[in-house]
Design a protein around this ligand. Structure first.
Ligand code: PGA
Length: 244
């Protein structure tokens, strides 16, 4: 269960969140818990999570190791904070910051090279779904992105299916719609990386996951976890999702 805080919270607010959140998930051993705050809060989050099973992740990662890349943060810099995950290719990065399938692949490789677990996002836009192109878009994002990894690299990633029309809109994909998309992705994984990899890979669903819909989503065997935006900002609500 991963929380993506997007561009919310300061370091002090991060510490306050963890004080409230930690006791609520202390006994939650059924899943891994990851919080992805803005870069500037990674160190505060790692300190606040110390001694708990909660892991910390970045929301993006540079594809280069270092260099003249103003505004970028490298894998080594993220690792130095103590974070262990990085979201890659979130639809908001694709939509507003020019992220492409090719750069998603490069960032995924950089995360793996740094020893981080990338959470690689795919998902169709509303017009793509309405024009019947959901499957084609997911296949393209997979083929032009994730499929460029080696078998060993693939074993180190988590995939997130995030239909763009469901993100921050309050419109959740029905569990059946989400499961259908997960099946398409898993089918691609099987064709490229084999059955074992397809069975083992974790595919998270993201898009308006809330305490009151998480149970039915997680009841789908295809859905292995959630990537939660808005509802992860509040300790009580994210704990309710973790403890569904
Ligand atoms: P949301 O965001 O839960 O606010 O819809 C999900 C995400 O973008 O990861």
């Amino acid at each position: 269960m991963a929380g993506n805080w997007k561009m919310y919270k300061t370091p002090a607010e991060t510490t306050a969140f963890f004080e409230k959140f930690r006791p609520l998930v202390e006994k939650s051993e059924h899943c891994e818990i990851v919080i992805c705050p803005p870069f500037t809060n990674l160190a505060a989050a790692v300190i606040a999570a110390q001694g708990s099973p909660i892991r910390v992740g970045a929301q993006n990662i540079a594809w280069a190791k270092e260099g003249a890349f103003t505004g970028e943060i490298s894998g080594a810099m993220i690792v130095a904070t103590g974070a262990t995950y990085a979201i890659v290719g979130h639809s908001e990065r694709r939509q507003y910051f020019g992220e492409t399938d090719a750069t998603v692949l490069k960032r995924t490789e950089a995360a793996l090279a740094a020893g981080l677990t990338p959470i690689v996002c795919v998902g169709e836009r509303l017009e793509e779904r309405e024009s019947g192109n959901t499957e084609a878009v997911l296949v393209r994002q997979f083929q032009d992105g994730i499929a460029g990894l080696s078998d060993a690299q693939f074993a180190g990633i988590v995939i997130a299916y995030e239909p763009v029309w469901a993100i921050g809109t309050g419109k959740t994909a029905t569990p059946e719609i989400a499961a259908d998309a997960h099946r398409v992705i898993r089918h691609e994984v099987r064709a490229k990386f084999g059955k074992e990899a397809a069975d083992a890979v974790r595919i998270l669903y993201g898009g308006s996951v809330k305490p009151d819909n998480v149970k039915t989503l997680m009841a789908q065997p295809e859905i292995d976890g959630s990537l939660v935006g808005g509802a992860s900002l509040d300790a009580v609500s994210f704990a309710a999702i973790v403890n569904f």
